[in-house]
Design a protein around this ligand. Structure first.
Ligand code: DAH
Length: 354
């Protein structure tokens, strides 16, 4: 027994690597190993012999197993030491270049609008892009036969065969959110609703999906004068300079009276500059919310009145950041996105001049 012990402990002590250790383990305590064979012979012994040989063999097996484990740990420590001696890192090297994404101009302008109107007490409200025709049209005083429905180039979401309910539409404007906001909050209310809208249209200034921001202010005594002040305040903050506006009488089914609003611009040198020159550029539709619209949204027109407007986000983004073609907004061309995109750290605030 002592010979066996000395033989294996010595061999383990000088084993050069894990493979050699494994071989020794199999030889000594593996199923057919030397110790295991000896244990099998216990059966042939007299009970007295067995009483001393049994525990001795077990103790030897334990001793060899722990010697194997200790040597294995020592070998891997030594291997790690060896690696640490040869491998090294220069932690003073500059970090690897990492490409950061950019904030899309539409998202940036969306946030700019939100910041400016928030400063004037407007909260943000949202509605679905797949909208009930009732919200998109009827509640806004655009009945089924009204030409405005046809003019809008609406995308209809047809129902399954046999489902006779009227089709949903992809909302053609953000105005249905006015109705939803008034239904949810009643009056008084001051809210803007930025969002995606859809129309079947495609050229340099039209894409089938684009963005609008709707504005709504209802109280007991809100007038066109308040509308004019709010919009002029907005344009001045947004463009960072005083911008003259021009209100032109117009017609929308959901407002009475209605006005389209132009901002002052110049086309000198072939590019548009806002806030100078004597040309005009249309940027939004607006007016006093029609009594029928208030009623449809559950607000009593005998008690409440106010203004609404709808403005193209992409349009004002093009004007502020000098982007000539609307279609490029939605091409996902990385070069375009890197050129016109914003750093995520450029968070628009009133203090920062949005
Ligand atoms: N919804 C209109 C459009 O998409 C824009 C608009 C005009 C919105 C007048 C309004 C409004 O809220 O009062 O062309």
């Amino acid at each position: 027994m002592d010979d066996l012990k000395a033989k294996y402990l010595d061999a383990i002590g000088v084993a050069p690597d894990e493979n050699a250790l494994e071989e020794l383990r199999v030889q000594a305590v593996g199923k057919k190993g030397e110790i295991s064979l000896r244990m099998r012979e216990l059966g042939k012994m007299t009970p007295e012999e067995r009483q001393t040989a049994g525990p001795a063999l077990n103790a030897l097996k334990d001793e060899i197993n722990s010697a194997l484990a200790a040597k294995k740990a020592a070998l891997s420590d030594a291997a790690l030491d060896e690696r640490l001696k040869t491998e090294w890192l220069d932690v003073t090297l500059p970090a690897r270049d990492r490409r950061l994404g950019t904030v899309h101009p539409v998202s940036q302008v969306w946030e700019e609008c939100t910041a400016i109107f928030a400063d004037m007490g407007f909260a943000v409200s949202e509605g679905p892009q797949v909208e009930d025709a009732w919200y998109n049209f009827d509640a806004l005083n655009i009945p089924g036969h009204h030409p405005a429905r046809a003019e809008m180039d609406t995308f209809y979401m047809h129902r399954a065969e046999g489902d006779d309910r009227p089709p949903h539409v992809l909302r053609t404007h953000t105005s249905p959110v006015q109705i939803r906001a008034m239904q949810a909050q009643g009056a008084p209310i001051r809210t803007i609703s930025p969002g995606r809208v859809y129309r079947a249209d495609y050229d340099q200034t039209h894409t089938p999906m684009f963005h609008q921001v709707e504005g709504l202010a209802i109280d007991r005594d809100i007038s066109m004068a308040n509308l004019k002040w709010v919009l002029e305040e907005f344009f001045t903050a947004y463009f960072g300079r005083t911008v003259k506006t021009r209100f032109r009488a117009s017609h929308f089914p959901f407002t009475e009276p209605s006005a389209e609003v132009d901002i002052q611009c110049s086309w000198e040198g072939g590019t548009v500059k806002v806030g100078e020159g004597d040309d005009w550029l249309e940027v939004l539709g607006s007016g006093m919310v029609h009594p029928k619209v208030l009623s449809a949204a559950g607000v009593d027109p005998a008690e409440w009145q106010g203004f609404a407007f709808g403005m193209g986000i992409d349009r004002i983004a093009m004007l502020k950041y000098g982007i000539p073609d609307l279609r490029a907004f939605f091409d996902s061309d990385l070069r375009w996105l890197r050129h016109y995109g914003f750093s995520a750290l450029q968070v628009p605030t009133i203090r920062g001049g949005v």
